[in-house]
Design a protein. Structure first.
Length: 145
């Protein structure tokens, strides 16, 4: 296995931060980075569904940008730790329900462990701090007791 391209991090974060407005172009951009389908946390996901997720992300947050915390590469692997930052300006669908826009800033810590095969991301293990984001948005809080 080869070590992933050095610019894969920039292309990956750039695509999620600013996907093409045209769905056909956006789908082509996702297919240039991901195998279709791709395994995400043990679930087979069509690349078209990744685009749906990206569009939902952009409906929920504005001013998205990333702060890369660390990158580790190995043959066939890329591990990326980063913060996704933005402002919550649209409805956010979560496991606890839809959170109405709050106008609050958000900083979501995320770690992606990517398996790269033939230059495409074939598997993603993603761990995101969803609870931290929900706390920051006031969607959940400490239990009263």
């Amino acid at each position: 296995m080869t070590v992933p391209d050095a610019d894969l991090v920039d292309r990956l974060l750039g695509l999620w931060r600013d996907p093409p407005a045209d769905d056909t172009a956006a789908l082509a951009a996702f297919r240039a980075l991901y195998a279709d389908p791709v395994d995400v946390n043990g679930v087979t996901v069509a690349v078209a569904d990744l685009l749906v997720r990206a569009r939902a992300l952009h409906r929920a947050y504005s001013g998205l940008h990333n702060e890369v915390l660390d990158v580790v590469t190995a043959p066939g692997r890329l591990v990326l730790a980063f913060r996704m930052l933005g402002t919550h300006t649209g409805p956010l669908v979560t496991p606890v329900g839809t959170v109405a826009p709050t106008g609050r800033p958000v900083s979501i810590r995320t770690i992606d462990v990517l398996t790269v095969v033939d230059g495409l991301i074939a598997r993603v293990i993603v761990v995101g701090d969803e609870l931290g984001a929900l706390l920051a948005l006031g969607a959940v809080g400490p239990a009263n007791g």
